[in-house]
Design a protein around this ligand. Sequence first.
Ligand code: PMP
Length: 428
Amino acid sequence: HSAELLAMRQRSFARPQKNYYSNPPQIERGWKEHMFDVCGRAYLDMVNNVTILGHGHPRLARAVGRQWSLLNTNSRFHYAAVAEFSNRLAELAPEGLDTVFLVNSGSEANDLALRLAWAYAGARNIVSLLEAYHGWTVASDAVSTSIADNPRALETRPDWVHPVTAPNTYRGPFRGKDSTADYVGAVAKTLQHIDDSGTGLAGFICETVYGNAGGIPLPPGYLQQVYGMVRERGGVCIADEVQVGYGRLGHYFWGFEEQGVVPDIITVAKGMGNGQPLGTVITRREVADALEQEGYFFSSAGGSPVSCVVGMTVLDIMRDERLQENARETGDHLKARLEALGQRFPLVGTVHGMGLYLGLEFVRDRETLEPATEETAGICDRLLDLGVIMQPTGDHLNVLKIKPPLCLSRESADFFADMLEKVLSEGW
Ligand code: PMP
């Protein structure tokens, strides 16, 4: 039956959006950090960075059901939920970032952020990082340089996109935590090139802990200096918090706090809706207003009563269930366990990240850092046999993407570490 359904999917569902696995289990329901297949077998979901509360949260389901049966419309109308939710989001953001747009996804949020930068700065050029993923819509795709997601990403850049060297302290060209000046220098060179062209700078976009490369903190002081250079030129600084923000880091609610900076525009999606399409752009009033003079914004479903109720209930549950604290405590415990595996298995190059935003990087050689790409794929397949959902990430697909629901229990974290230890013991 399951194989028949898979064939049915392949007949009519678009192929570019692939299954994780070539022979995937047919999943039927989810509960907290687990998903269950049609035979009732449990899988620990260590990858789903959207379902931050966990799967099947009854309080969220009740709130959605209640609002659906009461009212769902768009934000051209006046209703309580859109006013209340916008205010709560503005309160979560640093002072001065007091204006909220509501959209439906991370791609849309980043597209809108780019349009705001263009309108506010009156220029077109955007600097983004290599190895980045910011979305699939036309503008967010243009600033996405990750060849893991799109092997042709670097061949198809429009001329307003200026990718710079990823400040990867582990395997970048200027390896090491003391490499801030070199990586900042790479940005300075690109900015000089834009200055020389006389066409002006609109802005800079990046993830504030580098998720797509495996969850790597930026070199200390990097964003402070880069944001300074961007602002000197009238550009705006966009923080893509779609994966990293909203409590996942445990130690910080927003990723940019790790670098001690405040962006001009924050984009958020994924976890804020716990699976319901929901995204936001939070910025200063003057940046938001620039769009009124130079453009247009309307989203049919962005900011709908149902979306807003979902967003507010997610925040309530996060607070009541102390999920950010759990991300810190369970994340720190898990990171220590994974680092201990590094003592035993040379394949473990390093463990990036913090909280429940971790990346375990496999290398064939700790000196040359040759990526263990095939091994990583094989390890993910073996983990599935043992009941763990895991996926490779990074440009070399040699990093385990460890971004489970924030409700992950200590027992589940230990189960994951135990299963990984078992797989690594099999020899790679
Ligand atoms: N930015 C980042 C950092 C992301 O990880 C993603 C999704 N993987 C996006 C943007 C795009 O979000 P969405 O899939 O909701 O459009």
